[in-house]
Design a protein around this ligand. Sequence first.
Ligand SMILES: C[S@@+](CC[C@H](N)C(=O)[O-])C[C@H]1O[C@@H](n2cnc3c(N)ncnc32)[C@H](O)[C@@H]1O
Length: 277
Amino acid sequence: MPEYDYADYWPAVADAHAAVDPLGAVCWDGAPPWFNRFLADGQRRALERAMLATLGDERRAGRALDIGCGAGRWTRWLARWWSDPVGCDLSAGMLAAGAGPRVRADVTALPFAGASFEMALSVTVLQHLPAEAQQRAVAEIARVVKPGGAVVLLEMTNRIAPGPHNFPRPLASWRALVQGAGLRVERAAGEGYAPLVRLGVAAARRLPLPRARRSGGDDVKGVGGSRPTAASIGALPAPVRLVARGVVAASYPIERAAERVVPARLALHGCIVARRT
Ligand SMILES: C[S@@+](CC[C@H](N)C(=O)[O-])C[C@H]1O[C@@H](n2cnc3c(N)ncnc32)[C@H](O)[C@@H]1O
């Protein structure tokens, strides 16, 4: 099995999915749209909470950098707060699937002058870099944000399924990483619990279900071998797929309740807001 190299892996994901299913390329690649819409809904609400708590609801003049922007869904969304959002991504295929200002760039070596942005955002990007690259990336993010500027990260803290392209950290570890780059953490919250979906994924992994193929799920470019993944959901027998869809539909209200009662350490993601001092 080839080793995971983010510079190869993400362009391959983009080639397989970005043109036909941009959300599939950036959420759980190859999973059906109704599954990814649930994940995206949780991400949007988590990010809104963070932005409203930090910046309020006011639109300002300034540049905001969407790191690892994929097809640009958060770059567009950032326009609610900033006059000039810009995306960057290492994958040309992801960038081609989007529109608006965007630059091809690796977050570990950003082609921007220091203190060029009022804000930087990373949504499920750093979690896909090995630890040493995460450190370089956070140092780069801290460098390009202006003093007083905000950094918002939404990254994985617990994995829903294994994968050689996932490098989660507990919330305290993301916090320490950010602080190590000289940023002051203002807010750190657990986000995304999905208890039913987690149970469903655990159950599915015990069943003799169809395996993800070359262009889907963890099996892109052979990385991850052939294990059942969310990409397999689309290939499930119709009755099982119906149950899976029901589980996801029921998960919307359950998620809102879980956000109030489940401890942050059980969350799938963490959202950190920090400032450059
Ligand atoms: C899971 S997707 C998330 C995309 C986007 N943030 C979103 O939520 O829609 C991860 C993205 O990070 C990009 N990426 C991975 N490693 C990167 C790096 N070192 N520098 C820049 N982008 C990177 C990938 O190409 C991909 O578009």
